[in-house]
Design a protein. Structure first.
Length: 188
């Protein structure tokens, strides 16, 4: 099951994800009915970079979307794909390309999600800004121009809302399991 709408703006991404998707209902690497194609640490990284934005499980890949238009995808262990109107600026290090999405004039750019050459707080800040830029840009590609009371784009109908940390146990492949180990005691 995918929560990312089958819209023309998502066609290239959905085609690619469908081709590599493998249905898997149970098991350690099941992600909303599909085999997970992203390392759990990278799923968690995406959630940390956009903490109040719902992560949509799409054919085994975590996706952020605004108004139903995909804006960011965490892929494998080393790729963060962002839909942007222009190439991200220095000092952000590019990631591994993912053709055909990252081809010329496709509007998707690959970034290293870890940015290890930068201090951790600076990496977090710069990547979070790029994700917010990607979400704003994706919303601008939508035919739906509604906003919430803060002026933020409204999610497409059927999208999950709320903090990703509050998802039901077993819904996301995280090492932390809702921030607790063993269910008792203090957070580690």
């Amino acid at each position: 099951m995918t929560l990312l709408p089958d819209l023309p703006q998502n066609a290239a991404l959905l085609t690619l994800l469908r081709e590599q998707g493998v249905a898997q209902e149970r098991g350690a690497y099941a992600y909303d009915g599909w085999e997970l194609h992203t390392h759990p640490d990278l799923v968690e990284r995406l959630e940390d970079l956009a903490p109040r934005w719902p992560v949509l499980a799409t054919y085994g890949m975590p996706v952020l979307a605004a108004k139903g238009i995909a804006a960011a995808v965490a892929w494998g262990t080393e790729v963060l794909l962002l839909r942007l109107p222009e190439r991200p600026a220095e000092p952000l290090k590019p990631g591994v390309p993912r053709p055909p999405l990252t081809g010329p004039d496709e509007g998707w750019y690959s970034l290293c999600p870890w940015q290890s050459e930068l201090p951790s707080s600076e990496s977090q800040r710069l990547l979070s800004l790029q994700i917010q830029h990607a979400l704003t840009y994706a919303a601008s590609l939508s035919d739906d121009h509604s906003t919430d009371w803060r002026g933020h784009p409204v999610q497409a109908a059927g999208g999950r809302t709320g903090n990703a940390k509050a998802k039901a146990k077993g819904r996301r492949p995280s090492r932390k399991q809702n921030g607790r180990h063993g269910g008792h005691g203090r957070q580690r």
